[in-house]
Design a protein around this ligand. Structure first.
Ligand SMILES: [Zn+2]
Length: 202
């Protein structure tokens, strides 16, 4: 017996293909079509980071991940600025801290980027790496050395010419800004970012 899928927003029965029931889908708050700026980084997300979108984000992390990723990617692809989804831009998932990736077994931003790739035909390059308090710079070459910024993001391999950063949630944007900085320092000339949900009011 396979348990019927439950709504990630309210726990009611949901359809097989959707993480949210019809009632919760109606409660989603859609954000404006125009991107917003966090520092020099333009970011865009389809929905506000509040219930029931929070439930969809939780589903991507803990249960029903594939179903959630498909729906989230579809909503990003449907509404993101057209020019962001073409022109040979490369999808770059925000890296997970290695310890967290080990615990969870996968990076939810990578899952989302793969969903976007399936929709848009863009290529995914998982080229960023995340360090942390436990990370050490000993033994790394200059290119790999993690920059000493919040979230300490560095480049694991060559940078794409144009990048679309992908994350599940955009709150302060500090991690995305750190990722954009790492890419730009490595030669990426154009960086923009999408998420599924964004804290409104930015
Ligand atoms: Zn619901």
């Amino acid at each position: 017996m396979i348990a019927p899928p439950l709504c990630a927003g309210c726990g009611a029965l949901a359809r097989q293909v959707e993480p949210l029931c019809a009632e919760c889908r109606r409660r989603l708050r859609w954000l404006p079509q125009d991107p917003v700026s966090i520092g020099t980084l333009a970011v865009w997300a389809p929905v506000a980071y509040e219930e029931p979108a929070r439930g969809v984000v939780r589903a991507l992390k803990f249960k029903g991940a594939t179903r959630a990723a498909r729906t989230m990617a579809a909503q990003i692809a449907a509404g993101a600025p057209r020019e962001w989804l073409g022109g040979g831009r490369v999808l770059v998932p925000v890296p997970l801290h290695p310890a967290r990736a080990r615990r969870r077994g996968y990076n939810q931003a990578l899952l989302l980027a793969e969903g976007l790739a399936a929709r848009t035909g863009l290529v995914v390059e998982d080229c960023l790496v995340r360090g942390g308090p436990a990370g050490t710079q000993v033994g790394r070459d200059r290119r790999q050395r993690l920059t000493g910024i919040a979230g300490s993001v560095g480049l694991g391999r060559h940078a794409p010419g144009a990048a679309l950063l992908v994350d599940d949630v955009i709150t302060t944007g500090a991690t995305l800004v750190a990722c954009a900085r790492a890419l730009r320092e490595a030669g990426t000339t154009s960086v923009v970012a999408v998420g599924y949900a964004r804290t409104p009011g930015r």
